[in-house]
Design a protein around this ligand. Sequence first.
Ligand code: BES
Ligand code: MN
Ligand code: ZN
Length: 474
Amino acid sequence: MPASEKLIAPEAAALLAAPEDGAKSLPVWLVRDAEGLAAVPLDGAQKAWVEAQGFKGTARKHVLLPGENGSLAGALVGLGPASARDPMDRPEIASGTLPALLPPGVYHLAGALDDVELAAVAWGLGAYRFRRYKTSAGGSEGLARLRMSAGGSGAAAIIEGVWLGRDLINTPASDMGPQELEDAARALAAVHGAQVSCIAGDDLLTNFPMIHAVGRASDRAPRLIDLSWGRAGAASVTLVGKGICFDTGGLDLKPASAMLIMKKDMGGAAAALALAHMIMASKLNVRLRVLIPAAENSVAGNAFRPGDVLKSRAGKTVEIGNTDAEGRLVLADALALADEEKPDTLVSFATLTGAARVALGPELPPFYTDDEAFAAEISAAGNRVGDPVWRMPFWSSYETNLDSQVADMNNVSEGPFAGSVTAALFLRRFVKQARRFAHFDIYGWRPAPKPLGPKGGEVQAARALFDLLRKSRG
Ligand code: BES
Ligand code: MN
Ligand code: ZN
């Protein structure tokens, strides 16, 4: 199978049956409480069966409904009481638990749903499993399929994008270095007729010195991947994704516990490519550019050191206070290039700081922007599609955290406070001309299974941005 086909997870779409697909489908009722249960049209035998099971609509409980002659007639799935304040507590999102819960077959969601596309997306996201290194058979063939109602047709592109991003993150660094990340971008581009160029190794020295410095200790050459697609006259959208294929911390080496999941440090690149797939597959009317500074932050005799001073693409000099703050260095050079084109929308995605997780935990990535209207749109879109994000401030008074005695700036603060804000302020220094800019400090990882996906690599903020863009540029 060509890499491109494999990369875009063709099985994702197979989980969804078109509304007109001839196969018969069984109803699944999502039930919150006794009142909801009473509204389900059950026959006498089914009612008795449900009662005998003690099913009352409690969250994470379900019963299969008997049909004639021992056949399956459908299922009831409990949601528990609604929490109006929680955007993740919606029946559409709970649909993500169903493909693994129900016997193989084709189902439809019975009863009224506010958002049929979200229910289909959740179904597909919940069905994802990373099986690349499993030698036993298994895959999505045996999983329950969802027949979509009319209105769910946009779901496939979204699911495929997220599956692609998760595959990229979950693939261990031994098989996902800077070259393989470039290959993935090229495979995606081939599917959609996009262009890719790449500057690698010592060719970075002239114009992208910080990408080179971060990546030079690895025997897998660092690079800047540059994908472009779309109509020349359309509004420009540039996505920049942190592509650190493995983050040892460099000479400021991470302890084992912190290094364990650092294959995910290209999660920003994965989010950018996932979003790029959604945009290109839906043929949004934008001019898209994706920039991925890809490098491995490794340890070797030629590694960059604490105390070194790097020159950046933008001309400013940066003193290295900590080699583990490498993401902002590679992003600064990529953002400077992006900014030169004055894009209408510039977005960066990066697994940038542990501090973001201290503040908001793994499920709620902070984002930063100076554009009030953009901020409101981003927050609303995230809640709408179950890809929540939370605004934090570019707090200018903390700019002094980045003061340096010897260079134009340091890459880290001396103190322990406001780590995510400080990193965001560092990035903002390299963005001067974009019409609007937002930066997402994502985690890129789901530490425990939830309705929208299993434990492992996660694409964050991409679905939120896609929803925002298609509402204005569809
Ligand atoms: N990739 C890490 C950030 C990270 C760590 C994200 C754990 C998610 C989970 C980044 O390169 C890093 O190491 N940041 C340092 C910055 C510090 C040295 C100022 C951090 O957060 O500790
Ligand atoms: Mn680091
Ligand atoms: Zn990192």
